[in-house]
Design a binder for this molecule. Structure first.
Ligand SMILES: [Zn+2]
Ligand SMILES: [Zn+2]
Ligand SMILES: [Zn+2]
Length: 143
């Protein structure tokens, strides 16, 4: 079993849930690449691979994957939600193009430092934070 599989299997066990072959297949597909993904694309990929997993099964699994700390919501743009791995990834931020849906990831120590200063000022303990900027990418702007 891969690390994400082990961790997720442990989580499911702690909730009294089974790591079914379907759940394993979905998890494998998600961790086969490091890209951001949405549920519909994931469903199409599984279908192409010959898996008979319903869209509803994937939708039901997503909250468990989030709760277990495997994935998180990456972006929400015009009602379109994408997810990404938490497991094995460093904190980063997103620029989202509203025309083509492209997502640019970036890290910036200046922003991280600034956020820490703000939290210090308000004596606030950070659990999670995210930053997403909606806009138009250079390729779309040239059109
Ligand atoms: Zn990854
Ligand atoms: Zn674009
Ligand atoms: Zn990301």
């Amino acid at each position: 079993m891969s690390e994400p599989e082990k961790q997720f299997a442990d989580f499911l066990r702690s909730k009294g849930l089974k790591f079914t072959p379907e759940r394993r297949e979905i998890l494998r597909k998600i961790f086969a690449t490091h890209e951001h993904f949405d549920v519909e694309t994931l469903f199409e990929k599984l279908k192409k691979g010959g898996e008979r997993i319903s869209l509803a099964t994937i939708y039901r699994l997503v909250p468990l994957l989030i709760e277990s700390g495997m994935i998180r919501q990456a972006t929400r743009c015009e009602g379109h939600v994408t997810y990404e791995h938490v497991f094995g990834h460093k904190l980063h931020y997103h620029l989202v193009c509203v025309r083509c849906g492209k997502i640019i990831e970036f890290r910036d120590e200046g922003i991280e430092r600034l956020l820490m200063q703000v939290c210090d000022k308000y004596d606030f303990t950070v659990i999670d934070h995210r930053l997403g900027v909606r806009g138009i990418c250079s390729a779309c702007r040239e059109e």
